[in-house]
Design a protein around this ligand. Structure first.
Ligand code: FES
Length: 92
């Protein structure tokens, strides 16, 4: 797995209780599989985003600045796969 510090983007999937109940673990696995050994996109879990009612939630962070550029709510497995691919293509 890539070192998060070298990635251009981080996909951070909320692993808070409500998001986990809404299949956030599946989203994490989809993103990890899509990113594979990429050094440009890192995938990691994150704590609750305090937007529980809108979950499952995913945060996109531009690294290394560490600033969240987008928070996505109600992410579906298809959206997660598409997002992962588009970030990988953007930094390929
Ligand atoms: S559990 Fe995911 S935003 Fe709170």
């Amino acid at each position: 797995m890539q070192e998060p510090e070298s990635a251009a983007f981080k996909i951070r999937v909320c692993m808070g209780g409500r998001c986990r109940m809404n299949f956030a673990e599946d989203l994490l696995k989809i993103a990890q599989k899509a990113a594979g050994e990429s050094a440009s996109v890192a995938v990691e879990p994150r704590p609750c985003l305090d937007q529980c009612e809108k979950g499952p939630n995913v945060e996109i962070v531009q690294a290394p600045a560490g600033e969240a550029v987008q928070i996505l709510n109600g992410v579906t497995p298809n959206q997660m796969a598409q997002l992962s691919r588009s970030l990988l293509e953007e930094k390929a």
